[in-house]
Design a protein around this ligand. Structure first.
Ligand SMILES: Nc1nc2c(c(=O)[nH]1)N[C@H]1C(S)=C(S)[C@@H](COP(=O)(O)O)O[C@H]1N2
Ligand SMILES: [Mo]
Length: 536
């Protein structure tokens, strides 16, 4: 066996394993944390102006590909070096690998918006690369030793040279079929590691590339202004109290619930939505078609049916979109239809009552914007549904691509056969945000505060109960609309000791929350949010 050539191959395979593992972890940690992407971007940033022009004049729009190819050649050369060094002067190869990876980590963690966590894919990749390099080099050594032993048995004179993996092998270029187990074990391990790295690496890189393509496509979108802007929130929707969830939930802290293991990466230029099924006219709209329509803006509080009493699977945003009602009016639903089954590009489905989507008094949007931005990718980019008053699982389909007008008797949404109700109107609820459960507060006036919601019905009042006593009215913050939650506060005269605080809301239909406890399944939790606090 030729020692150096095999060692070079080991180096390249180990580098491949490192990159593949890093790419795979980056699929979960975020595409920007891929070392390949970060190093490429860093090289672009650091390149002198002339170099970029040269690349573009040489390779045109293929300049990025050319850059990656160049980078690949450099990485391969370093990998060859690492493989040979590891065989000849252990742990020289490991040192080269770690040193090169350290540069990559520097590149990843200095990218715009990077956090220390972005180093994780590269570090895990490095560990895998080091293990691969050490294991494969050990197997190569065993294989070379076996070859040398066989050769020396055949010709004692060759023994001296064969003990040197490099020069010794030059005398015999081919390996005899009798080289046996060590050689086979080495070849098998190298083949498996190499093939595994190729498959995993290419698949992960493809996913990461798609993800970065979508985030840059999203960044390039300028949403049109709303033809009908949201009425300005009245002053004082936000009490500005410490510890109370803000009235408008920032996109970055908006709860996220979906079945998507991988956030769907939808190409806006080929995306469309079709209104089909029991309709007179099937309609298909592209993203540009949608943006050309007169869009409306509405504040709507979205809630998840899985939210426990006191839970935080709820958020309020200002959505920009087009009323689904208008599209259904153009499509003309047929008699007998009572459900719209919306389908996501990832296969998720939600069944919404047709009546809710055609109701002129209910907000039901094909939304493209969230708090003044295109939808975040994890919140359904480019288009999702938002329907006031219905839990997300029966209405808020993200990455939506199809609305089928049908009947509850003929179709069901994703969660219905899994033990959740076919209908999911949001239940009137309230939550104490401050003080926190189990907190210690000083005696005196304590602001007990939180949020209450009764989407599409409206909150009428909130009351607080201390230690099971009489219910006392809380003060409501300014109420934006019946579709949004509202903040409330109760000034409590707290006396030393342990106390229990409970909250209940009454909605504009006259319903007051009862103490009856229900689990989230099948159609939403109920009960009073109750907490214990200590006053000192
Ligand atoms: N494609 C898709 N859309 C979906 C879901 C899903 O699993 N897949 N989950 C729904 C549920 S259960 C909820 S509560 C809302 C949550 O929306 P958010 O993640 O933007 O808060 O999305 C809905 N839309
Ligand atoms: Mo949900």
């Amino acid at each position: 066996m030729r020692g150096n050539a095999w060692a070079a191959l080991v180096g390249v395979v180990a580098a491949g394993v490192e990159l593949a593992v890093a790419e795979l972890v980056a699929v979960f940690a975020g595409p920007e944390s891929s070392p390949l992407f970060a190093v490429g971007s860093l090289v672009i940033d650091l390149a002198p102006p002339g170099a970029k022009d040269l690349m573009i004049s040489l390779f045109g729009t293929g300049d990025k590909v050319a850059l990656l190819v160049l980078l690949g050649i450099v990485v391969a050369a370093l990998a060859v070096l690492a493989g040979i060094l590891e065989l000849r002067r252990r742990p020289g190869g490991v040192i080269v690998l770690v040193a090169v990876t350290a540069l990559a980590i520097l590149a990843v963690t200095t990218r715009a918006g990077a956090s220390g966590l972005w180093a994780i894919p590269t570090v895990l990749g490095m560990l895998a690369g080091v293990v691969a390099l050490r294991l494969l080099t050990a197997r190569l050594r065993a294989a070379l030793a076996a070859t040398a032993a066989r050769a020396s048995a055949a010709s004692p004179a060759a023994k001296e040279r064969a003990s040197d993996p490099d020069t010794g092998s030059d005398a015999r270029t081919s390996v005899s079929p009798n080289d046996g187990m060590p050689r086979r074990r080495f070849l098998l391990a190298t083949l498996l590691a190499g093939a595994g790295a190729l498959v995993v690496g290419i698949a992960s890189r493809t996913m990461n590339a798609a993800a970065t393509a979508v985030s840059s496509a999203r960044a390039a979108i300028a949403l049109p202004p709303a033809a009908t802007p949201a009425p300005p929130s009245p002053a004082g929707t936000d009490l500005g109290l410490d510890g109370v969830t803000p009235y408008v939930t920032p996109n970055g802290s908006f709860y996220r619930i979906d079945t998507a293991l991988q956030v769907p990466q939808v190409d806006v230029s080929s995306w469309s939505v079709t209104i089909t099924g029991m309709v007179e006219n099937e309609i298909t709209l592209t993203f540009d078609d949608l943006l050309a329509l007169p869009l409306e803006e509405h504040a709507v509080t979205l809630a998840c049916v899985s939210n426990e009493v006191g839970g935080d699977l709820i958020g309020n945003a200002v959505w920009l979109g087009y009323p689904i009602r208008e599209l259904l009016e153009r499509a003309v639903p047929q008699a007998g239809a009572d459900m719209v089954l919306s389908t996501s590009v990832d296969g998720f489905t939600a069944g919404s009552p047709l009546e809710a989507l055609t109701d002129p008094d209910r907000v039901a949007l094909l939304a493209v914007g969230m708090n003044g931005e295109p939808l975040p990718v994890e919140h359904g980019f480019p288009v999702r549904m938002v329907v006031a008053g219905l839990y997300g699982y029966v209405s808020a389909t993200k990455w939506v691509s199809r609305l089928e007008v049908t009947r509850f008797a003929d179709a069901e949404g994703y969660w219905t056969p899994r033990g959740w109700s076919a209908l999911g109107p949001i239940k009137t609820e309230s939550r104490i945000d401050t003080p926190r459960r189990g907190a210690s507060v000083p005696a005196g006036t304590v602001a007990v505060a939180g949020v209450a919601w009764a989407q599409h019905t409206g909150v009428a009042g909130v009351e607080v109960q201390v230690d099971g006593g009489a219910w006392a009215p809380a003060r409501l913050a300014a109420v934006d609309s019946i579709d949004t939650w509202c903040q409330w506060v109760y000034e409590w005269d707290a006396t030393p000791g342990s106390h229990t605080l409970a909250v209940r809301a009454t909605d504009q239909s006259g319903y007051t929350q009862t103490p009856d406890k229900a689990a989230p399944a099948p159609d939403g939790a109920t009960g009073w949010h109750t907490i214990s606090v200590t006053v000192s």
